[in-house]
Write a protein that binds this ligand. Structure first.
Ligand code: FES
Ligand code: FE2
Length: 404
């Protein structure tokens, strides 16, 4: 985020704190609980949002060097992502061209050859079929035509996007829009390294997982003893960027800014930016790095999903791109914290999502499943929820939820 934007967002939060006001969606909306339970809706979402739409697979730091790879198994199409010998990010359908077995099962690593476990066909990091055992027995095939099926993929602003539909395309600038692209460019996520991650299978619809990142109204209640000790509940900034959005959460440390000159203000000290990238990704740059949460629908039921949480550490921690946006006192503190400590902080944050947010989400799902609760309600102070759901609805060809 550009410096002038950081300053203006911090000023907005301070003025809302001082005046006791909050962002206002202009009214209340009712969302039918069938949005979380209807198998027909779930099936359309899987087609439109997860099969035929570009997916955020990770960050550049997930493929740190030539030969790096990772597998992504949460979509219908299993994906093998590689960085080839020229350093280019590539994505393939992780299915052998002989009879379809996944050629790589490991989560991540570094390899030049991917050998299918079934009959040993092997592929290189550009997807080329380079080995067919007993080729003279198998029969002659044109190996050039039977490399791994390559997916449209692009690496930009530190993001790795691919389209699981082999006939689909990816254009990150088009996907994000000019304004958000510019903002992500300023974060320099491309210099971040992977710190760790976790994954949670939760008894709730994937959209309920997204919903929990959509307001701070709940902080003083659900997170009373955790996040609310250092976040200010029920105050935020909110902006939309086409299908995406940005919330700025407010930390109690924001009051330190009153003592600092504006050129040292830091949005990650004063708050927590929370970006939503349609359809399923939450991107949260913190004072030492970045959290990314992606929610994937279950293939059997709308009532379950998997959340994949990844943590990254900022480039200046590893000496590649020292930030000039962090106050010296803060930088000194971060510099002295070993990576294990940052890892523990990140794991603690993820555990709050698992043990507090997703417990509430599963409870919401149970109410929705009962059929006895027809609607849930989105308040004036929960504008992200209005935007999430009207965006999903528009993408599904449904009428928007009206303000009441
Ligand atoms: S299915 Fe891969 S080698 Fe046969
Ligand atoms: Fe929460």
């Amino acid at each position: 985020m550009e410096r002038n934007e950081q300053v203006s967002q911090i000023k907005m939060l301070l003025s809302r704190l001082d005046s006791g006001t909050n962002v206002d969606a202009g009214g209340v909306r009712l969302n039918p609980t069938s949005s979380y339970t209807d198998p027909i809706v779930a099936s359309s979402e899987r087609d439109l949002f997860f099969r035929g739409h570009p997916q955020l697979l990770g960050l550049s730091g997930d493929l740190p060097e030539a030969g790096s790879f990772f597998t992504a198994n949460d979509l219908d199409t299993r994906i093998l992502a590689t960085r080839d010998d020229d350093g280019q990010f590539r994505a393939f359908v992780n299915a052998c061209r002989h009879r379809g077995v996944a050629v790589e099962e490991q989560e991540s690593g570094n390899k030049r050859r991917f050998a299918c476990p079934f009959h040993g066909w092997s592929y290189d990091s550009r997807g080329a079929l380079v080995g067919v055992p007993k080729e003279d027995h198998f029969g002659e095939i044109d190996k050039d035509s039977f490399g791994l099926i390559e997916l449209s993929a692009q690496e930009k602003y530190g993001f790795l996007f691919a389209n699981p539909d082999p006939s689909g395309t990816v254009d990150i600038d088009e996907l994000l829009g000019t304004e958000l692209s510019k903002e992500f460019e300023a974060w320099n996520f491309g210099s971040y390294s992977r710190l760790g991650g976790d994954r949670y299978d939760v008894d709730c619809n994937w959209k309920l997982a997204m919903d929990t990142f959509g307001e701070t109204y709940h902080f003083n209640y659900l997170h009373r003893d955790s996040l609310a000790t250092f976040f200010q509940g029920n105050v935020q900034c909110y902006d939309t960027y086409g299908r995406h959005h940005r919330m700025i959460l407010c930390k109690k440390a924001i009051h330190e800014m009153r003592e600092w000159s504006e050129d040292r203000w830091d949005i990650t000290v004063a708050g927590l930016p929370v970006y939503w990238i349609f359809p399923n990704s939450i991107v949260m740059p913190s004072d030492f790095g970045l959290y990314v949460v992606r929610a994937y629908p279950d293939e059997e039921t709308p009532s379950r999903h998997t959340s994949v949480i990844s943590f990254y550490v900022r480039g200046d921690r590893i000496g590649t791109a020292r930030s000039n946006t962090v106050a010296p006192e803060r930088q000194a503190l971060l510099d002295t914290a070993p990576l294990e400590v940052l890892s523990e902080v990140a794991e603690g944050f993820a555990a709050i999502i698992r043990d507090e947010d997703y417990v509430a989400s599963a409870s919401q799902q149970r109410s929705a499943n009962s059929g006895a609760v027809e609607h849930v309600m989105f308040g004036r102070n929960e504008p992200a929820l209005h935007h999430y759901h009207n965006t999903y609805r528009a993408a599904l060809g449904q009428e928007p939820l009206p303000l009441i």
